[in-house]
Ligand binder design. Structure first.
Ligand code: F6P
Length: 342
């Protein structure tokens, strides 16, 4: 029986298990057995694997996270790791490997394809910042969670006549902030794509209060930064893919808003809550469609390709294309959000 490998790398997100289930089920129909590689590229380097059969993937569709575990291990960071990964790929007798991840995991996949491995990519991230696909699974769930949190913050902000700043994830793109901000009726949405003008933010809040409102909700993306000033980070240390840990802009913003407007302000950091729990129906469907298509690409020997959503169609694009640039927020969408500011 031909053998498929599958791994999930980078930050986890809701919808990974639907992909794993779809790969195993579609693979079985096409005559492949599937082996799960544990904890992303780390599992391939260490040859840490488990057989996946129909029984193993039964019941995982609504489960958040990934049954395979994940890591941010980058084999190109440590001398000898690429050779170990290639060796394990050979020893396992894989016909192909399906790598499910964001720009980092897929960046490694792209390099390994050039070293001769048969790899197909599946894009995932709550940040929705991957070019070459309209949406990634995980994003819809994160947006729904963030929206529910904003709804909850509304009722307490209103009762106490406060400003509440909600800091959401999204790394260097403001997709979660923009979607959840629009859906949750935020009074201001601040994103990394547009530097924050604190005077303008305070003016908008004051204007809103001048027309009788006694509370405001400000949604800020963790990667947003002030016009004057640098990015606020939790720690300077970089991970294996060169990322800093973002976070803290909400607190900095909240303090300035309170100082400059005189309105009592609180800050709520939504954090990893946005990444946890069961995927929405949309993310289950997208993950399932991606998983099935990935097996079809393997069957057609279309290696070095990534499954992608374009409009309502699942297509495939070059991995090269997928990792080329960050997909930032569409300004037409942000203009719609701005109609409701202040
Ligand atoms: O990329 C997904 C993401 O959740 C980002 O939105 C966030 O900045 C980062 O991962 C957090 O990473 P970690 O799980 O390492 O704290």
């Amino acid at each position: 029986m031909a053998k498929l490998g599958i791994l999930t790398g980078g930050g986890d997100c809701p919808g990974l298990n639907p992909v794993i289930r779809a790969v195993v089920r579609k693979g079985f129909l096409e005559g492949y057995s599937t082996v799960g590689i544990k904890n992303g590229w780390k599992g391939l380097i260490e040859n840490d694997v488990e057989e996946l059969d129909l029984k193993k993937v039964s019941g995982i569709l609504p489960k958040g996270g990934t049954i395979l575990g994940t890591s941010r291990t980058n084999p190109y960071k440590k001398e000898g790791d690429v050779a170990k990964a290639k060796d394990a790929y050979k020893k396992l007798g894989l016909s192909a490997l399906i790598a499910v991840g964001g720009e980092d995991t897929l960046g490694v996949a792209n390099k390994l394809v050039k070293e001769g491995l048969n790899i197909v990519g599946v894009p995932k991230t709550i940040d929705n910042d991957l070019s070459a696909t309209d949406y990634t699974f995980g994003f819809d769930t994160a947006v729904n969670i963030a929206t529910e949190c904003i709804d909850r913050l509304h009722t307490t902000a209103e009762s106490h006549h406060r400003i509440i700043v909600a800091e959401v994830m999204g790394r260097h793109a403001g997709w979660i902030a923009t979607f959840a901000g629009i859906a949750g009726g935020a009074d201001i949405i601040l994103i990394p794509e547009i530097p924050i003008d604190i005077e303008e933010v305070c003016e908008l809040i004051k204007k809103r209060h001048a027309r009788g409102k006694t509370f405001s909700i400000v949604v800020v993306a963790e990667g947003a930064q002030f016009k004057q000033g640098s990015m606020v980070v939790q720690e300077e240390k970089l991970d294996a893919f060169g990322h800093v840990r973002l976070g803290g802009i909400g607190e900095a913003l909240g303090q300035l808003i309170e100082q400059k407007t005189g309105f009592e302000t609180r800050v709520s950091v939504l954090g990893h809550i946005q990444r946890g729990g069961s995927p929405t129906a949309n993310d289950r469907v997208l993950g399932t469609r991606f998983g099935v298509k990935a097996v079809e690409l393997v069957k057609d020997k279309k290696f070095g390709r990534m499954v992608s959503l374009r409009g309502n169609k699942i297509v495939d694009v070059a991995l090269d294309e997928a990792v080329k640039e960050l997909k930032t927020v569409d300004m037409d969408l942000y203009d719609i959000a701005k109609v409701f500011f202040g």
